[in-house]
Design a protein around this ligand. Structure first.
Ligand code: ATP
Ligand code: MG
Length: 483
């Protein structure tokens, strides 16, 4: 790097210095740097050498492309975008930048003329932390940018928390299943053992808890990871097709069978057969499946040849299979074959504050998908509501509510209303003012009476009330007169 550039880079001014490692001509941003997207360059020239420049490490991007490259390498905590009526930068060019760096707080520097447009004002509200009108007041701008950077850094430290929790909890994060509550720790401990084995697994748990996610995690981390995972959604295949879906068929096995088809069981060879919603499998298919599990061979429909298949079976269901056996809708022998190892994914309401870590994770995901959306976090009331809700739809419900709030939310902080959740009423004071007053009077009277040897006239005098009033209070407050 040439001397002049090196000095400029240290002082934090100047255009992107070229560096030998940088093919595109832009260097990496460090977290403290403030990106200045100023196509004309006049604003950057004014800021250069000002106090803003001393306090903030300003980096110049002369085009959207340069800004994009810089943000893709490292996200700045604060950034300034200069909008001039003829400057070549408008909402359409700018908005894609928002999705590159979720944490960056953007400040707009705008020509006052642009504020006449309602659309432009709405754009400022939607996408920016703050704005400033031209001409530049470098001193004020430095303060605004400094605040924005501080806020972004605060957010980053808080948002980093769920990941820290995940890491602390060890392998939970490795399985892609976020959570450090006692329920999830116990679950992942069982999961680890299940992964190490090759025996059949039955995954239970309410709807939307993540059974399918868990099945895929087992496959991904097991010794069969290099093999396929063949998924059968037992509830979704029409009864007429299920035989050929599972076992495949030979060409001309039936009308319409124009070519040979490999069934889902055969496709699991060397890997995992995942039978999702096994509780919905019709009884006659249960008998066929049982045979496969016992004999480990299949015959395609229309063929007499038996083929050996080697797979691990993972089944999932949200229905209580033991009860289905009692009701006669599920074969007991098949149940025992599948139910060798059991996993029950905990309901979300039993996972304590995992709901908050998950909500943060889904918020970040939703923000990445909706650049320019306004919400940046959850309000304290929303956090209370997330904790209090019963979550009948579990994780899936949480994802849907957070996505909805990101799309619909009008404010920087998501409210319980944005989530479609009832706000939690502040805990009602169990003590009313009357109760508190009575309790205070009772204590005062009782101790004064004791101190005066239960002499009513003396006590009344001391308390500054008449004897009649004191007797009335003693009766009303039920104070025993010890003799
Ligand atoms: N711990 C988690 N971390 C991230 N995403 C999760 C987690 N648990 C569940 N999900 C997501 O929640 C959604 C529901 O999960 P999944 O489909 O696995 O649930 P399920 O128990 O199979 O539900 P159903 O009984 O309705 O079939 C999916 O989008 C899944 O990716
Ligand atoms: Mg499922």
């Amino acid at each position: 790097m040439p001397q002049a550039h090196a000095r400029d880079a240290r002082r934090g001014i100047g255009p992107w210095p070229a560096s030998p490692t940088d093919q595109d001509g832009a260097t990496e941003l460090s977290q403290g740097e403030v990106l200045v997207l100023d196509i004309g360059g006049e604003v950057f020239a004014t800021l250069r050498g000002s106090r803003a420049d001393e306090r903030l490490l300003l980096r110049h991007a002369r085009s959207v492309e340069e800004a994009r490259r810089a943000l893709r390498r490292a996200d700045a905590l604060a950034a300034l975008a200069v909008f001039r009526p003829t400057g070549g930068l408008g909402p359409a060019e700018f908005e894609p930048l928002l999705s590159l760096s979720q944490d960056t707080e953007w400040i707009a520097l705008v020509d006052p003329v642009a504020l006449a447009s309602r659309d432009f004002r709405a754009f400022l509200l939607r996408a920016f932390h703050d704005y400033h009108t031209l001409p530049v007041d470098a001193e004020r701008l430095a303060v605004i940018l400094g605040h924005a950077r501080g806020l972004a850094s605060l957010r980053r430290s808080v948002m980093a928390q769920p990941d820290d929790l995940g890491r602390e909890a060890g392998e939970e994060a490795a399985f892609g299943i976020c959570g450090s509550s006692p329920a999830m720790r116990a679950f992942t401990q069982r999961l680890r053992k299940v992964i190490d084995s090759d025996a059949p697994v039955l995954i239970g748990g309410q709807t939307g808890t993540g059974k399918e996610l868990v099945a895929h995690a087992i496959h991904r981390h097991s010794r069969r990871a290099a093999g396929p995972i063949s998924v059968v959604n037992c509830g979704a295949i029409p009864a007429t097709l299920i035989q050929s879906e599972l076992f495949g068929h030979e060409k001309s096995a039936f009308t319409g069978a124009t070519q040979r088809k490999i069934g889902r069981i055969e496709a699991a060879n060397g890997g995992v057969l995942f039978l999702d919603e096994i509780g919905d499998l019709p009884l006659d298919m249960q008998a066929s499946l049982l045979r496969v599990l016992q004999e480990r061979t299949i015959s395609r429909v229309g063929s007499t040849q038996t083929l050996p298949v080697d797979f691990r079976v993972i089944a999932a269901t949200h229905v209580d299979l033991a009860q289905a056996v009692r009701l006669g809708t599920f074969r007991e022998d098949l149940f025992f074959r599948l139910n060798v190892l059991q996993l029950t994914v905990p309901a979300l309401r039993d996972r304590g504050d995992d709901v908050l870590a998950l909500a943060d994770r889904f918020l970040r995901r939703a923000l990445a998908q909706n650049p320019g959306s306004r919400p940046r976090g959850f309000s304290a009331r929303a956090i209370d509501a997330l904790r209090a809700h019963d979550w009948p739809g579990n994780v899936r419900e949480l994802i849907n509510r957070v996505q909805g709030a990101v799309v619909m939310g009008e404010n920087r902080l998501i409210s319980p209303e944005d989530l479609g959740l009832a706000a939690v009423a502040p805990p009602r004071e169990s003590l009313t003012l009357d109760d508190a007053r009575a309790s205070f009077e009772r204590n005062l009277l009782a101790s004064s009476l004791r101190a005066n040897g239960n002499k009513v006239s003396q006590t009344a005098r001391q308390l500054g009330v008449s004897r009649v009033t004191l007797y009335r209070l003693i009766n009303k407050l039920n104070i025993p007169l010890d003799h």
